[in-house]
Design a protein around this ligand. Sequence first.
Ligand code: G6P
Length: 614
Amino acid sequence: MCGIVGYLGGRQAYPILIKGLTRLEYRGYDSAGVALIGEDGSLSVYKTKGKVKDLERICAGKDLSGTVGIAHTRWATHGEPSDVNSHPHYSENHNLALIHNGIIENYQALKTELTRQGYHFQSQTDTEVVIQLIQYMMDSRKVSWEAAVPLALNHVVGAYALVIMDKDEPDKMIAARKGSPLLIGVGENEYFVASDASPIIEYTNKVVYLGEEQIAVIQRGKELRITDLKSVEQTPEVQRLEMSLSEIEKGGFPHFMLKEIFEQPRTLRASMTGRLHPELGTVKLSGVIDNRERLLQADRFVICACGTSWHAGLIGKYLIEELTRKPVEVEYSSEFRYRKPVLFPSDVVIAISQSGETADTLAAVKLAREAGAFLFGICNVVGSSIARATDTGCYTHIGPEIGVASTKAFTAQVTTLFLIALSLAEEMGTVTDARRVQLVSELQRIPDKISKILEHDRQIADLAKVFTYARNCLYLGRGYNYPVALEGALKLKEISYIHAEGYPAAEMKHGPIALIDEEMPVVVIAPRRGNYDKILSNIQEVKARKGRIISVITEGDKDVKALSDWSFEIPDTEECFEPILSIIPLQLLAYHIAIAKGRDVDQPRNLAKSVTVE
Ligand code: G6P
C-alpha cells in the first residue's frame, strides 16, 4: 500500500515522478504528493487528497523545475485521506521532506515525546513522526541528517519504505526499508527509487533491491552506498530487470483488469513453460527437485495466503490432497500469525502471494520459520519479500498484475499448485503414469479452452446490464468449484460494490436460503464433473423459491441450462481444472457489471493491490 518514487540525476524530476506515480497508483490512490528541490535551493511540496491527476491539476502553472524530487500515492492507514495527511511530510524547520509506505507502530509514544520537546505536528499520520524524529536527532545530537537517519530509525517500531530529501543537500537522497519493498534504479549518472520496478523500467534495467533494515545513500555523481541500521557498510547487489514496458501498459484495452482477463491463455502458458513433459506425464520444478527429500518427508502442508491467493490456496488443498493423499490445511495469514498455530518442523508451509509483499503472509512465513517448518513460496513478483523469505518456491511468471481485482494471478496460482501437486505425486507414486499423462495433456489444452470462453465476452457484457441494479448476489459451488464461488463473489463485491457471498452449495440450506426471492440473482457454478447431481438438486431448491439462476455449465449440458435463467458454457475438462475455466465468465461478469455501474474497476474504492500493512 502506498507508492513511492524518487529521482536524482540530470533530467527534470517532475515528469518522471508523475509518470512513476501513475504506474504505482494501484498501490493506493486516496491522495498524492510531490516534493522538489528547485534550482534556487527551495524545497516545494505539492499534495492533495485524490488521485495523481488531481495532483497534476494543482501543480499546473507552478514552478516545477528541479532535478531531485520525491513523490507518493497514498492508501490511508493513520489519518483520513486529506490534503494535510498526504505525503510528503516536512520536518519542523521545513528543511527535510519524507515519503513513507508502511506503519509506524509506536508513533503515538514518539509523537507525545516529540511534542513535549517542542515539535509541532500538522497531520494525523504516523509518518510525520519519522521526519520529526530525524530532525530531533539532528538538533539534539548535532549530527548531519545522514547520521540522524539511522539514529532515528533505531527508535522506530513497525514497517517502512521511505525516502528523504534535505534542501540543504540537494545532491543527496536517503532511502531506507524495513518490511515494505523498495528498489533503486541505477542509471547513467542518475538514480531512481521506487516501490516496484514499473516507474524505472524505461530508464534503466539495473536495480538494487534494498534489503531489510538497510539504508541507501544516493548521491549525484557518486557510487550508491548502502549501510545497515548500525551504519555498517553493505555491498549493493545490482540485478537486471526482466520486465518490459509493454507489460505495464494497457495494450489497447480500456482497463488493466480486462487486459489481464484476456491475457490468461498466454499467462497460463507462461506458468507452464519449460516445466512439463507431456509424453512422460511429469513436471519439472526446480523448487521441488532441489528439495525433494524435505518435501517428501512432510507430514502435512499448511497453505497461508490472503484474498484471492487464499481462494487459490483452497483449490491447492483439494489438488494436493487428491493427488498426494497428504493432509493440507489452508489458513488466512492474518489469523494464522496471531493464534499460536501448532506447527512442527516436519511441516511444509506454502505461502501464496501475487505481490510477494502482503504483510500478513510475510509475518506468517516468519512465524513458520521460527517453528522450523520448511517454507515454499508461490509468488509472482520476482525478488519480492516473500520470495526471498522462503526456502524455495515457484514463480508464476505472469508479468505484472496491475488491476486491483486479481484475475490472471488466480489462474496462474491454481496452475502452479497443480504443478507442485503433480510433481509431488510423481515422487510419491500416488498417481499412475497413465493418469499423469492424461492430466498433463489436458492442462496443455486449458489455454485454448480459456480463449474459447473469452469469445463470449459480448454475451456476458449484455447479461451484466440486467444485474446493474442487483443489491445482493449469491454464488454457489461444490468441491473444486466452491472456492470459485468465493472468488466470483469477491470479484463482484470489490469492483461493483454489490454485496455478494460465496457459499458451498449444500450449506445454502443452513442460512442463505432465507435470502432467496425473485430479486436475488444466484450464480451457480455447475460444470458436469464432480457432484453434478447434488448441485442440480441445489439449483432446484433455489428455483422453488423463485431465485434467478445464472449458471456456469459444461458445453452441451441441457439439464442445468433448462433450470437456469441464463447460462455460460465452458468446455469440458478434468474436474481438477474446472476452476481455471469456470472463473473466467465470473471475472468477465464482475467486470461488466462494474462497468455498467460506472465504477472505477482498476482502482475500486478503499482497496489497494499490495497490502503491505496488517
Ligand atoms: C489485496 C488485493 C487482492 C489480493 C490480496 C492478496 O487484497 O487487492 O487482489 O488477492 O491482497 O495479495 P497477494 O499479493 O498476497 O496475493
